[in-house]
Design a protein around this ligand. Structure first.
Ligand code: HEC
Length: 147
């Protein structure tokens, strides 16, 4: 067999042992955010399936995230995603910063920038329908403090 293919197989097997740390805290959802903003069940469900994997401390890990480099890619999305927006920290932000996050969230959804396209390839359930998008946009718009 071609030496290159053998080398590739060995490499692929070897990288399976390098596992990124998991992003899972004890609770299933960012509870402070849920309580502070009175998040209804419908919005909660959409955020859990489409946003919290990368923007909270509560990532769900389907089986394929155990395969490298998928797990590495996921870890990078989580690191970059949480740096921009972490729902676990939203409730503690000043009203001004919160408003700016909420505006940014509605923008990202309107422009179909989020959830990330590369994530949707495998996480098909995270796709947002027009109705889902409207539900999320009107929720976040209603939480923007106009003062
Ligand atoms: C697969 C991981 C992933 C998912 C799922 C995801 N995001 Fe993101 N998000 C990122 C990453 C990575 C960034 C930072 C880099 C970028 O902007 O592409 C980001 C950035 C953002 C930003 C900041 C954008 C800016 O430039 O100011 C907002 C707001 C955001 N996401 C909202 C959402 C919302 C709302 C959802 C759910 C509908 C969502 N994201 C789902 C990974 C994700």
């Amino acid at each position: 067999m071609n030496k290159l293919i053998i080398l590739l197989i060995i490499l692929l097997a070897a990288i399976q042992f390098i596992r990124p740390a998991r992003n899972t805290s004890v609770q299933a959802v960012p509870q402070a955010f849920m309580d502070t903003f009175q998040v209804n069940e419908n919005v909660k469900k959409l955020l859990v399936t489409s946003c919290f994997d990368c923007h909270s401390n509560h990532t769900r890990y389907p089986w394929y995230t155990n395969i490298q480099p998928v797990g590495w890619l996921m870890a990078k999305h989580i690191r970059d995603g949480k740096a921009e927006l972490n729902f676990d920290e939203l409730a503690a932000l000043s009203p001004r910063r919160r408003n700016s996050k909420f505006r940014s969230i509605t923008e990202q959804i309107e422009k179909d920038e989020m959830p990330l396209k590369s994530y949707l390839i495998l996480h098909k359930d995270a796709r947002l329908s027009e109705e889902d998008k409207n539900t999320l946009i009107s929720f976040f718009q209603s939480k923007i403090n106009k003062n």
